[in-house]
Design a protein around this ligand. Structure first.
Ligand SMILES: [Zn+2]
Length: 385
């Protein structure tokens, strides 16, 4: 289908992959195996993983910049830096969510690579690194900037957020998140709140003398969920989301509670203003004390942007099938690029089970992903001509 090079890859028919040797490391899946084994769940291990990527790229003749921020390393590697053309950013995170120790022993079965982070997104990172090596040998008119970051799963502020603020920006950003080749052009915004509601304490046998803070909080929750901005839909999303995730209240069974604290995790659609949502929440819960625990802007990338269209066309041509645009319910590092008006998309290989025990990525899709990224870079030159 795609004329992928088989050379240098190890035998995929073997049930389980033995300990890595240099032959494995020279393949995308071998590099991904190494990254899975890094168990990048702590700052120390994440930095070791970034260091491993730096050394791997250096050994292949690429120039690396390592930046430290809040004790975490980020890696930037640019090919064709001297070119005038647009900059394509490839962004990947090496941090993974925690898992049982056996999930950090990668295995290959039926051309699938299993292990924590295989799909989210160490397979992508490995494919991007291989793409960079190939692109560095080509005479392109575009710059390619690979950013390998340490903290997407923890919010991305110290990695991608920091890099973007430092000026590591471009004309399009591709975050290699798990998408099965679909292209995420939108992502919901996040607003996480702590709400405190006061009532009046009374004896449990005479509740009419008090004001029950729990019941009041429940009413407020219903009123907040009903506000217009939390009911909207668009082409990519059938609903925003509203999750009452935590409640603390009540001291004894014979007391009317006079305090209730609850946490809300709201994911709103692109195009909505967070300040407006907060104002509406304050109107719905007028005497509640509101504290913003976390917020992240939505992503709203124009699916008609020429670079986005080009990526879709290249992918469709390579795979010989239609590729969909979609909206991501969760948040990703794309939002940091979007904050600077850079078209940012999530686009990655095929797999399943990310953040779960049976996480895997299809090995063939890692090779296709790499080829698509390369074709995209080559074709952007044509577009600029
Ligand atoms: Zn991810």
């Amino acid at each position: 289908m795609n004329g992928l090079k088989k050379k240098g890859r190890f035998d995929l028919n073997k049930e389980v992959v033995p300990a890595c040797d240099i032959k494995h490391k020279d393949s995308i899946e071998g590099l991904a195996c190494e990254l899975i084994r890094m168990e990048a769940t702590t700052s120390e291990r994440i930095n070791a993983s970034i260091g491993y990527c730096a050394e791997w790229l250096r050994q292949r003749g690429l120039t690396i910049t390592l930046l430290e921020n809040q004790g975490l390393m980020s890696l930037v590697c640019i090919v064709n830096e001297e070119r005038e053309g647009p900059t394509i950013i490839l962004n990947g995170h090496v941090d993974v969510v925690s898992a049982a120790s056996e999930d950090f022993s990668p295995r290959i079965e039926e051309r699938k690579l299993f292990g924590r982070g295989s799909y989210d997104m160490l397979g992508s990172v490995a494919a991007m690194m291989h793409a960079m090596v190939d692109l560095s040998k080509m005479d392109l008119l575009v710059k390619i900037m690979l950013c390998i970051v340490p903290d997407e799963e923890r919010g991305g502020f110290d990695g991608t957020g920091f890099l973007v603020d430092q000026g590591y920006r471009g004309e399009i950003a591709i975050c290699g998140e798990p998408t099965n080749y679909k292209i995420a052009v939108q992502a919901k915004g996040v607003l996480q709140l702590k709400m405190e509601v006061s009532g009046i304490a009374a004896h449990g046998s005479r509740p009419w003398l008090g004001e029950n803070a729990i019941l009041k909080a429940m009413k407020y929750c219903e009123a907040i969920e009903a506000i217009e901005q939390i009911q909207k839909t668009n082409l990519f999303f059938t609903r925003p989301s509203f999750n009452l995730s935590k409640i603390e209240a009540g001291k004894g069974i014979n007391q009317v509670p006079d305090q209730c604290t609850f946490h809300l995790d709201i994911r709103y659609l692109p195009g909505e203003e967070v300040s407006e949502i907060i104002e509406q929440i304050q109107r719905a819960a007028p005497d509640a004390n509101l504290e913003i625990l976390a917020q992240g802007a939505p992503v709203l990338t124009d699916e008609g942007h020429p670079y986005v269209v080009q990526l879709k066309q290249v992918t469709e041509h390579f795979l010989n099938r239609k590729i969909e645009f979609f909206g991501q319910d969760g948040t990703a590092d794309t939002r940091f690029y979007a904050n600077y008006g850079i078209p940012a998309i999530e686009f990655g290989p095929v797999g399943a089970g990310h953040h779960g025990p049976e996480e895997y990525v299809e090995i063939e899709s890692l090779y296709s992903f790499k080829e698509i990224l390369k074709l995209f870079a080559i074709n952007l030159v044509k577009m600029e001509e």
